[in-house]
Design a protein around this ligand. Structure first.
Ligand code: DAH
Length: 350
C-alpha cells in the first residue's frame, strides 16, 4: 500500500512541476501511459490469486483515480494560468480616453444672431444680407452723410482698392447701407402698386452681418457685428420702435425686469435720433444703463434715396451690436475673446 501512496505522491509532484501542458502530458505518460508505472502494476496482477486480485485491484484503482484527479486539477490550473496570461497580454486600458470625434458648435455671436433673427422673425421682420465691401454711396452718401459731412470722421474707415476717387470702395463701417439696398429692391418689386397709388406693403427687415472699423481694444475689434433694423410704412411711429425694441430686449434677455431709455442723440440718417439704453432691475448688471443700439426716425433724405416719397412714407431704423448683446447675456467682459478662436473659451457656450 505504501508503494501506491508513494506513486500517487510522486505523480502529484511531477504534475505540479510540469510548467506547460506538454510537460504535463509527458508526466502523465510516466504514470498512466502504456508502460507507465500504474500500467506496470496492473500487469503484475496476473500472478495474484483471485482473492488478492480483488483487494489489490481496488487499491490500484483508487490510486489511479487519485492520479487522474491530480492530473485533471493540474490541467485545469495550467489552462487557467494560460488564459490569465492571455488576458493580461491583450488587456485594454479602459481608463484611456476614447478617440471620439468632438462635436462642433455655433460661435456665441452666431447664437446671438440666430436669436435676434428668430425674435424679429416672430414679429414679422425679414432677414436681409448684403456685401461687406461697400461703395461710398451706400455706406455714407445715401445715408445723408455727404463727403464733407463731419459725421464721416466718426468712422475710421478701411478703404479698399477698386471704385473711383469720387466713389471709393470700403469695408462697410455699419450695416446701415442695407437700409438703402433692401428698400430699393423692395420699392422696385412694388413699383406698380406705389405708382397707381395703392401703396406698397411695409418694409420690415433686419440686416445682420460683419462690419469694420479701424479700432481695437477690450471693447472694440476691427471686425465686429451689427444688426440693422428698418420699418417703413405710411403710419409707423416712434411708439412702434419703443414697443418693438422693448419686446425684443425682454425676449432676448428672457427678463421682464428690464427697462429701456431713449436718450437723444445724433445720426445723419435719422431725425430725431436716440441711443437706446437698457437697465436690468435685478441680477449682476442691475442699476447700470447699458447702451445697446442707435436708432431714430428715418431722415426724409434717406427715405427719398430709397425711392420713396417722404411725405407719404415714414418709419424708424435702429442699429445694434450683437457682440455687445452676447457679452451682456453671458457676462463676458473682453470682446477680443470672441475672435481669438480659443476652443476652451468658445466651447463653454454649447
Ligand atoms: N449705423 C449706426 C452706427 O454704426 C447705428 C445706427 C444708429 C443705426 C441709428 C441706425 C440708426 O439704423 O437709426 O453707429
Amino acid at each position: 500500500m505504501n508503494e501506491l501512496n508513494d506513486i500517487v505522491a510522486s505523480a502529484a509532484q511531477s504534475f505540479a512541476q510540469a510548467a506547460t501542458p506538454a510537460e504535463l502530458e509527458n508526466a502523465k505518460a510516466q504514470f498512466l501511459g502504456k508502460s507507465g508505472r500504474m500500467t506496470e502494476l496492473m500487469k503484475g496482477m496476473a500472478a495474484l490469486s483471485v482473492e488478492d486480485k480483488k483487494t489489490r485491484g481496488a487499491a490500484i484503482n483508487q490510486a489511479k483515480q487519485a492520479i487522474e484527479a491530480a492530473l485533471a486539477a493540474r490541467r485545469q490550473a495550467l489552462a487557467n494560468a494560460e488564459l490569465q496570461a492571455q488576458l493580461q497580454a491583450e488587456a485594454l486600458d479602459v481608463s484611456l480616453p476614447g478617440r471620439q470625434r468632438s462635436q462642433g458648435g455655433l460661435h456665441p455671436v452666431s447664437l446671438t444672431l440666430e436669436r435676434i433673427e428668430a425674435i424679429f422673425g416672430s414679429m414679422g421682420f425679414e432677414v436681409a444680407q448684403g456685401p461687406e465691401i461697400e461703395t461710398d454711396w451706400f455706406n455714407f452718401t445715401a445715408l445723408n452723410t455727404p463727403e464733407d459731412h463731419p459725421a464721416r470722421s466718426m468712422h475710421d474707415t478701411f478703404y479698399v482698392e477698386g471704385g473711383s476717387a469720387q466713389a471709393p470702395n470700403l469695408l462697410r463701417t455699419h450695416t446701415s447701407p442695407m437700409q438703402i439696398r433692401h428698400a430699393v429692391q423692395h420699392v422696385k418689386k412694388h413699383l406698380a402698386a406705389i405708382d397707381d397709388g395703392a401703396g406698397m406693403p411695409e418694409i420690415r427687415v433686419i440686416a445682420p452681418g460683419r462690419t469694420y472699423r479701424v479700432d481695437s481694444d477690450a471693447t472694440h475689434s476691427p471686425m465686429f457685428h451689427q444688426c440693422e433694423g428698418l420699418w417703413i410704412g405710411e403710419n409707423v411711429s416712434f411708439k412702434d420702435l419703443k414697443v418693438i425694441f422693448t419686446a425684443f430686449c425682454r425676449t432676448f434677455f428672457e427678463s421682464d425686469d428690464l427697462v429701456l431709455r431713449f436718450r437723444p442723440s445724433f445720426f445723419p440718417f435719422t431725425e430725431p435720433s436716440a441711443e437706446i439704453d437698457i437697465q436690468f432691475v435685478s441680477g449682476p448688471l442691475a442699476g447700470r444703463w447699458l447702451e445697446v443700439a442707435g436708432s431714430g426716425q428715418v431722415h426724409p433724405n434717406v427715405v427719398r434715396n430709397m425711392g420713396l416719397d417722404p411725405e407719404r412714407y415714414i418709419g424708424f431704423a435702429f442699429g445694434m451690436g450683437p457682440d455687445r448683446l452676447t457679452m451682456l447675456r453671458y457676462g463676458v467682459n473682453d470682446l477680443r475673446l470672441f475672435f481669438d478662436g480659443d476652443i476652451r473659451f468658445l466651447s463653454q457656450f454649447q
